[in-house]
Design a protein around this ligand. Structure first.
Ligand code: API
Length: 282
């Protein structure tokens, strides 16, 4: 019976099903994407990642990103590290460029994690800060956006290839994120919805971050969300341009470079390899 191989990977517990469509295209309708990502009907994941042939000469691979709701996203920091590691292994190299719909992401192996797998740094591209780029519905200062609910008010808007609203609070654990996240994700202030970050200052260069992800819900880690949180905190003068972000699933080191690009460094993991039954793709 014909099946389709996949890799199950994660970055700090933000988990992915990785399919390879570089030699044979896959017809992944939104419904098929939802079923594969479903934790009962399919394999289950926070994002479905599809490798495709690059269309830019400088790129080694094209990474397509789908949320469990079937929608496509322009950035996924944790998955970028995973995909970069896969292609580095294939190419026997420490440097690859991952192409996404939002741009080219230079990725570099920078060490080995305690799990014997590489630690990868990714240039996530420039933080985009204009209200039109987030995007939000009306002209505003994105350092203090006029949107909020209950204890979550006055967020900072950042686009890392995907839209983020970062709220600063005294106690991130006390925020009912499962209740407030979806309301803010779908607030009409965000024409493309938004990833909702709740950040708490832990020290002069350390943040605690919880994220309600657009199209996915609460995840153990969000790479682009961590980038957005450090840019936001730095704009507010709360942290320097380089800081550690403590997420449920682990720590990412983020640096907002002087050229506005954001460097994200963290580990990856492979959980298992598997075969998708053809019935999931027809
Ligand atoms: N839910 C996000 C995509 C995945 C982001 C996250 N998993 C990351 O590591 O950056 C969005 O719709 O923009």
């Amino acid at each position: 019976m014909a099946t389709t191989p996949f890799l199950k990977m994660h970055g700090l517990g933000n988990d992915f099903v990785v399919l390879d469509a570089r030699t044979a295209a896959l017809d992944l309708t939104p419904e098929r994407r939802r079923v594969i990502a479903d934790r009962r009907l399919g394999v289950g994941c926070d994002q479905l990642i599809v490798l495709e042939p690059p269309t830019e000469r400088e790129a080694d691979v094209f990474m397509r990103i789908y949320n469990p709701d079937g929608g496509e996203a322009g950035a996924c920091g944790n998955a970028t590290r995973c995909v970069a590691s896969v292609v580095m292994d294939e190419r026997k190299t420490d440097h690859v460029t991952v192409q996404t719909i939002a741009g080219l992401l230079d990725s570099q192996k920078t060490g080995m994690g305690s799990n014997g797998l590489p630690v990868i740094s990714v240039d996530m591209g420039p933080a985009r800060l204009d209200w039109r780029e987030i995007p939000v519905r009306e002209a505003c200062d994105t350092n203090h956006m006029p949107v909020g609910i209950g204890p979550l008010q006055d967020p900072v808007g950042t686009n890392m290839g995907n839209p983020h609203a970062t709220f600063f609070v005294d106690d991130a654990a006390a925020i009912p994120l499962a209740e407030l996240g979806p309301k803010l994700e779908h607030d009409r202030f965000f024409p493309e919805r938004a990833n909702i970050g709740v950040a708490q200052l832990l020290g002069d260069d350390k943040l605690r971050l919880r994220v309600w992800e657009r199209g996915a819900g609460i995840t153990l880690a969000c790479g682009s969300g961590a980038c957005a949180a450090v840019v936001a905190a730095s704009r507010r003068g709360l942290v320097p341009r380089r800081a550690d972000v403590i997420l449920e699933g682990g720590t990412l080191t983020i640096e907002w470079l002087r050229d506005d690009h954001v460097l994200m460094t963290g580990g990856i993991a492979v959980a298992f390899k598997g075969e998708l039954d053809r019935s999931l793709l027809t």
